[in-house]
Design a protein around this ligand. Sequence first.
Ligand SMILES: [Mn+2]
Length: 263
Amino acid sequence: MIYFLSDAHIGSRAMDNPQHQLRFVGLLNALAQDATAIYLLGDIFDFWSEYVWRDKSKEEYSPLLDCLKELTGRGIEIHYFIGNHDIWTYGELAQRTGVTVHRAPEVTVVAGKRCMLAHGDGLVPKEYIRQSPKEIQRKIRSFMRLRRLFHNPVAQALFRLVPPALGNRLGYNWAKNSRLKELANPCGYKGENREELVLYAKDQEQNRHLDYYIFGHRHIELDLELATGARVVILGDCFRQWTYAAMDEQGKLELQCIQEQNN
Ligand SMILES: [Mn+2]
């Protein structure tokens, strides 16, 4: 089996649950029993920045890092797509755990199916932005500006000059605030004509035909078949919903959910 998971937001200061990381590790270990590959589609960590690696606080991620290392050691391919919370990896994550890091959306063949895999942040058709009401345009554009800043190598180099303890605090607080905002005001599925990732997939389908578009980022579960036959799958999360997708060797994909226990 091949598994797709996203948005665990491990380390989130917005949730006071020391079991969260262990539960995610438990899920990975359970899936690993029959996994040939695992795709982690972004925001697995709530804040990951390797320049603060020397800071002791990174030790809190040891259970997950050790788990990833063990699984890759057993020969399970693990693909790590960065999200918008774990952009700042410069080689150490891959080195320490053996995962393959992907920094951009990718079109690849998985179990014979052509898939686009991405976290999903920043994927909005330009045409949709132009046609949207001013308020929505403003929201999208300010997200895009921040995204460009976070991905900018000069800004990244400057951020490395901030003392690690302070950089850490800034990062965790930014991540916490964005999570709290979303928890206070959750934005469910916006419908086929307003959900950006669906619009993006439709736009892509004009020039190529794929079997699956698999994304994270939105913290909603969606499995939608487009008119072209392509399926748009949004994974939910491993933060509150505990959902993920499983693909068998024939390329049949299904969203799954683990039982809500002691959450
Ligand atoms: Mn995200």
